[in-house]
Design a protein. Structure first.
Length: 169
């Protein structure tokens, strides 16, 4: 293949991916119009939370589910407080990660977020973290920081960190 043909193919492919990504975000956004997580965004954050917080989450299934539900509630509260332009970027990221092509390209996950085992989720997140593409690294850091901040903002999790809480004055 000639270099010129290869460049044309690359430009055409990029245009198709951009249109497809924008269409996916328009059809299934990561956030609802009120700024809360849409079902696809909730699935991404629940899976990311399960993988990132492995070892910090309760082991018993009911307590684990309760902790993950609380995490999603705190993420909703965090996202609602973000400026509108940041909400739009996060919604696009979540829509991309929730779509099968975006999930495969950004995270390297072949199965859905909800179906993937923890080890596979951790491997996908690690590949994003150490990727040579800054976009994948930024996506990882956004997921990691939001999950960590939202989970450990709950006073019930402070003991795991050895944090006694604020000093009483």
């Amino acid at each position: 293949m000639q270099r010129r043909s290869l460049l044309k193919l690359g430009v055409a492919s990029a245009a198709v991916l951009a249109v497809a990504g924008a269409g996916t975000a328009w059809i299934t956004p990561g956030l609802l119009s009120d700024g809360r997580l849409a079902p696809p965004g909730r699935a991404v954050f629940r899976a990311a939370g399960t993988a990132i917080l492995e070892g910090s989450l309760p082991v018993a299934p009911p307590a684990r589910e309760h902790a993950l539900d609380g995490l999603l509630e705190r993420i909703d509260a965090l996202v609602v407080a973000l400026p509108p332009h940041v909400q739009k970027e996060l919604s696009l990221l979540l829509a991309t990660l929730a779509s099968p092509p975006g999930r495969r390209l950004m995270a390297g996950l072949q199965t859905g977020w909800a179906e993937a085992p923890v080890a596979q989720l951790q491997k996908a997140l690690q590949s994003m973290r150490v990727s040579t593409l800054s976009l994948r690294q930024q996506a990882y850091h956004a997921l990691h920081d939001i999950v960590g901040g939202a989970y450990f903002s709950d006073a019930q999790t402070w003991a795991q960190l050895g944090y006694p809480g604020p000093i009483k004055i």
